[in-house]
Design a protein around this ligand. Structure first.
Ligand SMILES: Cc1ncc(COP(=O)(O)O)c(C=O)c1O
Length: 455
């Protein structure tokens, strides 16, 4: 092992050639299928074809263990991949822990997060299908700016519905989206039926913004919809993170005992975890997985496992997932990317099967961890991965208490350079810990769509 190395870098030719598809390795029965919102029957490719190109639909339902990454996508990945793996030596020292902490640093992409890993292949597959324009939602602004960037690479148009609270908190995320040539609207907007129907929610939510973007794509022949998380093909694209991390942990001479990532829709979590999980399921490694989410939007820790719509208006297929109810509007925490009522069906099935442990953290304890990290490692994290940092620090302190040399890996999936309003509030002592409303969740759960019960 290289004793004092901090950064583990791969050459450009180590950019993965294939994505890892976890579906064929999952234990037990296959996950229940998504259901058509029109018929309640299992959704087939036809149900998805109105808004997605066939290339992505094939990836969505594939049972191949690996899927080749198109040459044009690998070429675009060269703009920021492979990303560094770092050992957080200064954080370890600050904590006085015997644990060894590593993080995969995805904030080096042009948009500042892991989101371009899927924005680029999604734009590419749409272009191959002759689609010239994409519509989407964005919570934190990271996904909207990533898709705007990807569309600019392929000379495509892009229209973004940005959740109202983030639109107000992050004016420079809007400017990024516009710099890459895309159009951005505050959601709820008066441009769509879904927006007008939800005008009474001034902060907006991811569920409402998704409805707006889907409505635009379904109505226009030349426009498709792109989703930045939740779906199988999105998590598939993100597995470049975990594939690189396996090689880099080998360079470091260490094997993670636990991997931590935040979960909003599940894509950065699936991206780092699935390649390691596949090895675990094949009996080649022993590792735990921890999903970190906000206490204000505790989908995995407090939601019910049920079929529900992916959006507020009920336009998307019904997915088997933990949900707080599709019209539950989470309080406006700064981790806008984690304000989602549901989660990836794949990640939910793993939580249900006990293969993934979920934990919820409050906003102030999350920022406390983020600031501690910034003051030891230098990088100012986005509020979303600050949840993963909180989880990693908890693991490191537990190792200290147990006198154990635990190896911890977490996904630092984005920087917080455009999130300084949130840091201002934390440093001024005015950051709130919004309460999760059990009553609001119960009311939203009353309105779950009729669907077969899940075991
Ligand atoms: C930096 C960052 N991290 C995490 C997330 C949450 O998404 P996911 O759970 O799909 O990684 C987002 C979503 O916008 C994000 O911008």
């Amino acid at each position: 092992m290289a004793d004092d190395r901090t950064t583990f870098l791969l050459d450009e030719d180590a950019i993965p050639t294939h994505w890892v598809n976890i579906a064929p390795d999952l234990p037990g029965d296959p996950p229940p299928p998504p259901l058509s919102p029109r018929t309640g029957e299992p959704a087939g490719p036809d149900d998805l074809a109105a808004i997605f190109p066939m290339g992505l639909i094939e990836q969505e339902v594939s049972m191949e263990p690996e899927i080749a990454i198109p040459a044009a996508v690998r070429d675009a990945y060269k703009l920021w991949r492979p990303t560094p793996l770092r050992r957080a030596r200064r954080l370890e020292q600050a904590l006085g822990t015997p644990a060894r902490i590593y993080y995969k640093w995805e904030g080096v992409s042009p948009a500042g997060s892991h989101k371009p890993n899927t924005a680029v292949p999604q734009a590419y597959e749409n272009l191959q299908a002759g689609v010239r324009k994409l519509s989407t939602e964005t919570g934190a602004g990271q996904w909207g700016s990533s898709l705007a960037f990807a569309c600019s690479l392929f000379d495509m148009e892009c229209e973004v519905f940005m959740v109202g609270s983030s639109y107000d908190q992050k004016p420079y995320r809007r400017s990024m989206i516009q710099t890459w040539g895309a159009t951005v609207h505050r959601s709820p907007s008066d441009l769509t039926e879904a927006g007008r129907a939800n005008a009474s929610h001034p902060t907006g939510s991811l569920g409402i913004a998704i409805s707006e973007a889907v409505e635009v794509a379904a109505q226009r022949e030349d426009t498709n919809y792109a989703l930045g998380s939740v779906l199988n093909h999105v998590l598939l694209h993100q597995t470049v993170v975990g594939i690189e991390a396996i090689a880099q942990m080998e360079m470091a001479g260490d094997r993670p005992d636990v991997i931590v990532a935040c979960v909003g829709g599940g894509s950065n979590f699936g991206g780092i975890v699935f390649p390691f999980l596949r090895e675990k399921l094949r009996g080649d490694r022993d590792v735990r997985f921890v999903a970190a989410e906000p206490a204000a939007c505790p989908t995995l820790t407090r939601g019910v496992y049920s079929y529900d719509y992916g959006d507020t208006a009920g336009l998307t297929p019904l997915m088997p997932m933990y949900t707080l109810g599709h019209d539950f509007v989470p309080p406006p925490v700064h981790a806008g990317g984690l304000r989602y009522h549901g989660d990836s069906p794949l990640v939910c099935a793993l939580v249900k099967a006990g293969l993934v442990e979920a934990r919820a953290y409050r906003q102030n304890e999350t920022f406390e961890a983020a600031v501690r990290f910034a003051r030891s490692e230098g990088i100012i994290p986005a509020p979303e991965p600050a949840h993963a940092i909180r989880g990693a620090i908890e693991e490191a302190m537990a190792a200290k208490e147990a006198g154990e040399e635990r190896v911890i890996l977490f996904n630092l999936c984005g920087h917080g350079n455009f999130d300084m309003a949130a840091y201002d509030a934390y440093l001024a002592g005015t950051l709130e810990d919004p309460e999760f409303s059990e009553a609001d969740m119960n009311a939203a759960l009353e309105r779950l769509p009729a669907a077969p019960a899940l075991g």
